[in-house]
Design a protein around this ligand. Structure first.
Ligand code: HEM
Length: 246
């Protein structure tokens, strides 16, 4: 019997998703004004986030709830390592640091893993489905902005196990089915949705923490021009794939 968690997550995080799309960082990014310094700093933070997320997921791979959304074939850590080497050079390990917001994000994953592991579902959902969704569009923007050679600098959004769009869409359907089939009660489902909103906030905070770097990189005039206005969120629009799915 379906618990409808996939729909609950999508519906219950729409506003948070819109908030993420409307951060100054993302507004500049979407308009092609993405520069290497703010991008590599985002990668550095996400590397530390994914390292701990994937470590905790691996430790909990036999947990009754976590095991059902454990798909190591989509792990990001090794792919981001390639990106960091590309953007920082071979000594990247000694150069990357998390911002305070990045540290709080990492800490929250560890806390959840220790106190209520089922909530890791929210952490995995927000990042992996995000990278497989809007992330695919961001990849095109990054490639163009940095004029990247094939398979360089876009590891965050490159899924070796899912090389085609069709395979990615099929995987997202499989992921949503796995969410819907989790053996959880309504209380835990609601907590997972609440945690997913927290995860969006943690992501937004990381982007806010890099805003000064974006400003310096694109210049104040362009920055002020680009952050103007409000974009309707992508998950607020009707998606026929999901209507048939749910
Ligand atoms: C400005 C950048 C972004 C754009 C353009 C964007 C775009 C989209 C689009 C079009 C979808 C729907 C895809 C589909 O249903 O197949 C989507 C879904 C999603 N995005 Fe984003 N996104 C952005 C940023 C983010 C961020 C920063 C996060 C989280 C950190 C995120 C997390 C998600 C998640 C979890 C979903 C899946 C929603 C669901 O169907 O349950 N997105 N995004």
């Amino acid at each position: 019997m379906s618990n409808d968690l996939a729909t609950k997550l999508r519906e219950g995080t729409k506003q948070s998703h819109t908030m993420a799309e409307n951060t100054a960082y993302m507004k500049c990014f979407l308009k092609g004004q993405i520069k290497q310094e703010p991008f590599r700093q985002l990668l550095a933070n996400l590397y530390l986030v994914y390292s701990v997320l994937e470590e905790e997921l691996e430790k909990l791979q036999n947990h009754p709830v976590v095991s059902k959304i454990y798909f190591p074939e989509i792990n990001r850590k090794a792919k981001i390592e390639q990106d960091l080497e590309y953007y920082f050079g071979e000594n990247w390990r000694s150069e990357i640091v998390a911002t305070e917001a990045g540290k709080r994000y990492v800490h929250r994953i560890q806390e959840v893993a220790q106190t209520e592991p089922g909530l890791l579902v929210a952490h995995a959902y927000v990042r992996y489905l995000g990278d497989l969704s809007g992330g695919q569009g961001l990849k095109t923007i990054i490639r163009k902005a940095f004029n990247l050679p094939e398979h360089k600098g876009v590891g965050l959004h490159e899924f070796d196990a899912l090389p085609t769009r069709d395979e990615q869409v099929a995987f997202k359907i499989k992921y949503r089915d796995a969410l819907n089939n989790l053996e959880i009660d309504d209380i835990l489902a609601d907590k997972i949705v609440a945690e997913a909103n927290t995860v969006f906030r943690l992501n937004c905070n990381v982007m806010h923490s890099l805003e000064e770097i974006v400003k310096t990189a694109v210049g104040l005039d362009i920055f002020n021009e680009l952050i103007h206005g409000h974009n309707t969120g992508s998950t607020e629009e009707n998606d026929p794939k999901l209507v048939t799915q749910n």
